[in-house]
Design a protein around this ligand. Structure first.
Ligand code: IFM
Length: 731
């Protein structure tokens, strides 16, 4: 396979794309993520390292957020006294002495999780050097971060001064989370920081060593929070100098004494050396791709994009942690404050369930370990059972802000999702059920999964309203968040029926296969015969809004009485139709934010209705959807492919696969879209390839590939055994 299909390449630097590229060039290892900021910095850059689980609720903030950890990247270099930096027309006018960037290339190697930058630089002296920066977050040992800088004397014999630092003065876009009394240490060739978050009191230790000819500590300056080491070397013509910087990081979530542990781990890492660490890291990546890769023949552009989306899921999925999960923006940016949404269970989880089941289990355990938070939420709202939070952090309590940030006109908008976007409890049950079906992990199911499915079913049993002989759900937000607090969202009502069905099936299975656990859960969750009879009744009599005449599902009663806006007329556009019409008007229209009825069709497939109903639903809702959310296109690609609408399906797939690479929504500076990444995999396998899980295992049903694709090959795990498939387009 040509190498370029594993490499995301930036061939010249454009400051206006800087923040977008910082996000997409994030490296990570399931423990932390570090954005692709330059070692030497750049004006208005946004360096951030986010470590799973380290949240803090700063004074004045509405909700807790994932904390930006001390920056481990800083390496500053001068060449014959000229500071090395990426000089562009907009940044170069003030700072003598002058230097010139003669060439620039940055490459993210997806197969190995390594970011490199290659720059040709002429110093004011006239000497020319080539600088090759390389960095990775070890997948083999998640506490090790490694950097290498090779400086090659292309012309002349330059004197290089290199300073390596840690920066503890970082904030979350101005919000300080670290207490200022950091422990700063400079000892021989080692620098270190010990830090504590202000409210949550997590501690973090980070230690770094510069490995080269003559490292010397830099005398303490006013910048106490930025300990540094420095070295000076003259390079002979046509030779190179190599500088390795190794860093270790631990938090109080991992060990009792993070700083001390970071220091001793650093010693061991330095003993191994960069090359050994690199080899171990690359070997782990090979294992990841051996399980997770999908090969598309006939579409190089989408091939690279698919690998890119999988890479970002893999670097953010916790490897050794059952108390962390994937935030909506992964670990690549501060957007959504590192909060965990339904994006995890319905979008990011499935590729892991199928190809990295151990990682999928970690994500579900994160929810299980927070089920008390879900019980609090149910109780606080007057319900029974477990009602998972719409936005979740370390505690598992509801952390959706009730108000938006201040708008340009000074107002704040009320955010209702934490109150009424309740389908998340069923989304989590769906993730559990699919994980169990694919993996056959009975131990997980009996000990944890069943309890989640059942206690969330208890919640719904107490939540439904019995009105006029049927069950209804008032005051909901379905996936289409433009329409808030509506009654009888068809997505939610129908998914609740599914939830009741699998809750009863769970009990039946437990009764036969794990009777003691069946009895334990029945007693613990108070699953009385009356309660179970009500669940069966909900299955029979839940109100599913449906127009018999038109043979379509109704997104919610009243939807079609609102103003019709033909969304395709608003083409081309760079913002959502909602942004064009304004919030107040668009909520009075039929413009839909994201796959809603279509999402239901993706999740439930044929169970939703006949082919005719599915096509009618598509024809009704597709032209009304503005894909204001990144979650939408992939779900449309999935369903479109199942319905044989190949042009629309490919269009949606291509869009979804490039949301982050091409910054299709203009907001990638805030972080990757985890859900879009996971959705792309599902559209590809479940949509185009027709992958289904039958009673005997995975099978391909009516595959429909885009016309120009030759074939798609992939492997998935079913009950611990790998099944490989090659889906070909008929010639
Ligand atoms: O969970 C999503 C939601 O469906 C749409 N708005 C953004 C959230 C986080 O990605």
């Amino acid at each position: 396979m040509p190498k370029r299909l594993w490499s995301v390449i930036e061939r010249s630097f454009h400051p206006d794309k800087q923040l977008h590229h910082e996000t997409i060039f994030t490296i990570g290892n399931g423990y932390l993520g570090t954005r692709g900021t330059f070692e030497e910095g750049f004006a208005q850059d946004s360096p951030s390292t986010l470590v799973h689980g380290i949240y803090d609720h700063a004074p004045g903030m509405l909700v807790p957020e994932l904390v930006n950890a001390p920056n481990w990247l800083p390496i500053r270099i001068t060449v014959d006294g000229t500071p090395f930096r990426i000089i562009t027309k907009t940044s170069d006018f003030m700072r003598p002495p002058e230097g010139h960037v003669l060439g620039f290339e940055r490459v993210l190697e997806l197969d190995r999780g390594v970011l490199t930058r290659d720059v040709l630089f002429r110093a004011a002296s006239g000497n020319i050097v080539r600088l090759i920066f390389e960095r990775f977050a070890s997948l083999h040992n998640q506490h090790i971060l490694a950097q290498r800088v090779r400086i090659i004397a292309v012309e002349g014999s330059p004197v290089i001064e290199l300073e390596s630092a840690l920066d503890g003065s970082v904030t979350n876009a101005g919000v300080a989370h670290w207490a200022q009394d950091m422990h700063v240490l400079t000892d021989g060739d080692v620098i270190a920081l010990g830090a504590r978050t202000q409210q949550s009191a997590y501690t973090l230790g980070i230690a770094s060593q510069l490995i080269c000819a003559h490292p010397m500590p830099v005398p303490e300056t006013d910048d106490r929070l930025k300990p540094a080491m420095r070295t000076v070397v003259q390079i002979q013509p046509q030779t190179e100098a190599v500088f390795d910087k190794l860093t270790t990081i631990f938090t109080s979530r991992d060990v009792a004494a993070p700083l001390e542990t970071a220091l001793s781990a650093l010693e061991a890492a330095a003993h191994s050396g960069y090359d050994r660490l690199y080899a171990d890291h690359a070997a782990e990546w090979k294992k990841y791709w051996d399980s997770s890769d999908v090969v598309i023949e006939g579409d190089d552009e989408c091939q690279l994009a698919v690998r890119f989306t999988l890479y970002h899921i893999l670097i953010t999925a916790p490897r050794h942690d059952e108390n962390a999960s994937i935030g909506a923006k992964t670990l690549s940016g501060l957007g959504y404050k590192g909060h965990v949404f339904w994006d995890t269970e319905l979008f990011a989880l499935p590729p892991l369930t199928l190809t990295q089941p151990r990682l999928a289990r970690n994500l579900l355990m994160y929810r299980y370990n927070r089920i008390e938070g879900a019980r609090h939420k149910a109780q606080a709202n007057g319900y029974e059972g477990a009602m998972f939070p719409w936005e979740s952090t370390d505690t598992g309590e509801e952390t959706t802000p009730q108000w938006s940030d201040v708008q340009p006109d000074g107002s704040r908008i009320r955010i209702w999702t934490g109150d009424t976007e309740q389908h998340i409890s069923t989304d989590i049950a769906y993730g559990v059920w699919q994980y169990w079906r694919w993996t056959g992990d009975d131990d997980f199911f009996v000990q944890h999964g069943a309890e989640m499915i059942l206690d969330t079913a208890v919640f719904w049993g107490s939540r439904v309203e019995h009105i006029n002989g049927r069950y209804e759900l008032s005051q909901q937000i379905g996936p289409d968040e433009y329409h808030e607090n509506i009654d009888n969202s068809v997505f939610t009502n129908r998914m609740v029926v599914w939830h009741m069905q699998i809750a009863l099936r769970t009990l039946d299975w437990l009764k036969v296969h794990a009777p003691a656990d069946h009895d334990r859960l029945v007693a613990q969750l108070n699953l009385t015969p009356e309660r179970l009879a009500k669940w069966a009744d909900i299955i029979d009599r839940m109100y599913i809004p449906f127009d018999q005449e038109k043979q379509i599902h109704i997104q919610f009663p009243g939807f079609f009485e609102m103003e019709y806006i033909p969304v395709p007329d608003y083409t081309p556009r760079t913002s959502s139709v909602q942004a064009i019409l304004g919030h107040a008007r668009s909520i009075q229209t039929q413009v839909i934010k994201q796959a809603d009825v279509v999402m239901m069709m993706a999740l439930l497939g044929d169970a939703v209705g006949s082919h005719e109903v599915m096509v009618n639903n598509w024809n009704t809702y597709y032209p009304r959807t503005d894909h204001g959310s990144s979650l939408s296109p992939a779900m449309h690609a999935w369903v479109g492919a199942r319905l044989g609408l190949m042009e629309e399906a490919y269009d949606m797939f291509h869009h979804a696969a490039h949301i982050d690479l091409h910054d299709n929504k203009g907001n990638v500076r805030d972080g990757m879209h985890a859900a879009a990444c996971g959705g792309v995999y599902q559209a590809l396998l479940f949509g185009f390839c027709g992958l289904q899980l039958g009673d005997d295992g995975p099978k391909i049903v009516e595959p429909r590939l885009p016309e120009h694709w030759k074939q798609v090959s992939f492997g998935v795990y079913y009950r611990g055994k790998r099944h490989t498939f090659v889906v070909k387009n008929p010639v």
